[in-house]
Design a protein around this ligand. Sequence first.
Ligand SMILES: [Zn+2]
Length: 358
Amino acid sequence: MLREREINFTYDYRMRCEHCMVSNLMTAENYHSLSGSGMTACSGCREDFNFGPKVIDLRDLEDEALDATKVPELAWYHTTTDPEWPRASWTLPDKELRHLRETACWPEEQIERHRRFYENQALHVGTYEAAIESMLRRMEEQDDRESVFYLHRVRLRQDIRVAPDWRDENHEQAAKITWMDLAAQNWDVIRYLNAHEAMGSISLALVRDATASTQQIRLPVPRLVDPHSEATLARMRSYRKGVGEIREAAAGRALSPLEKLRQRAAARQGELRTPEPIEVHGVLSKMGHYVADQYLAGVSPVVRHDFLHAIGGPNAENNDEADLAWLTKVANLAALLTHADKVLNALDNQPWQDIRPA
Ligand SMILES: [Zn+2]
């Protein structure tokens, strides 16, 4: 039986002061509200220091993953757009090759180095929170907003060799580890402090042979949340009505000097439509936050911010039907954060699939 760790998206952070190296507790609320300045006062030396991913520290000293012998007993997670993960081998997709050559204009030798790394990279697994946040990051950064994602739960082999010390991802490039690096050091698994997803948690870089079996589900998981309430739908329609009124009023009057400037800037970027009146974005932003209040209760403001950026707000030109589709998407994805117990139940109902050696 695999052991699950407690799942929550309300976690706080620990930040190491760059002057005196003291580890400071930082609440998610403070992290979010101070992120504009990026500075906070150290409880050790009293100096202000730059906080953020670069000085992230381990946030849970009781984490069972800190004990190398417990690593194989824990459930590990990964999200990907690939239902066949972990494949025995993979090649850099043609689409990415073309992008590197034609858009990014990388020199051939750099492309070749990247391809070699890509095709030999280690697998990465982490906590449930890290896996979900990794999906959110991909949706935002890699243009995977409309992609289908899968959540994999991983059972490790019991006889794996786990490197005794964990690495700090800020000091050693854990993300760049290849299976050759692991093999050269005779390890199957290296633990590292994740500075990107579920910041401050422990993730693993591992060779494929360290995995014994996986369960997977397609995301989002259907029927995790109740149907939208009438009150929510009415509120959505009223925001949309507000957007319609602003647009209508704007259509009937001459553009202000500021709007003319924005229109020219948009045209320079190849945008032919007239930019929406600024007030429209105000209403849409209110709509987004209202919906987040409904569906992301108990999620930390940092994760909530990342979630909203990943999903994207409702479009200015949506009608009620398109708003409903957006709302449903938000509700279903938010349930991965707020109803993790039900997501694990859905995983429990999936068969374990053995990982066959390459
Ligand atoms: Zn300090």
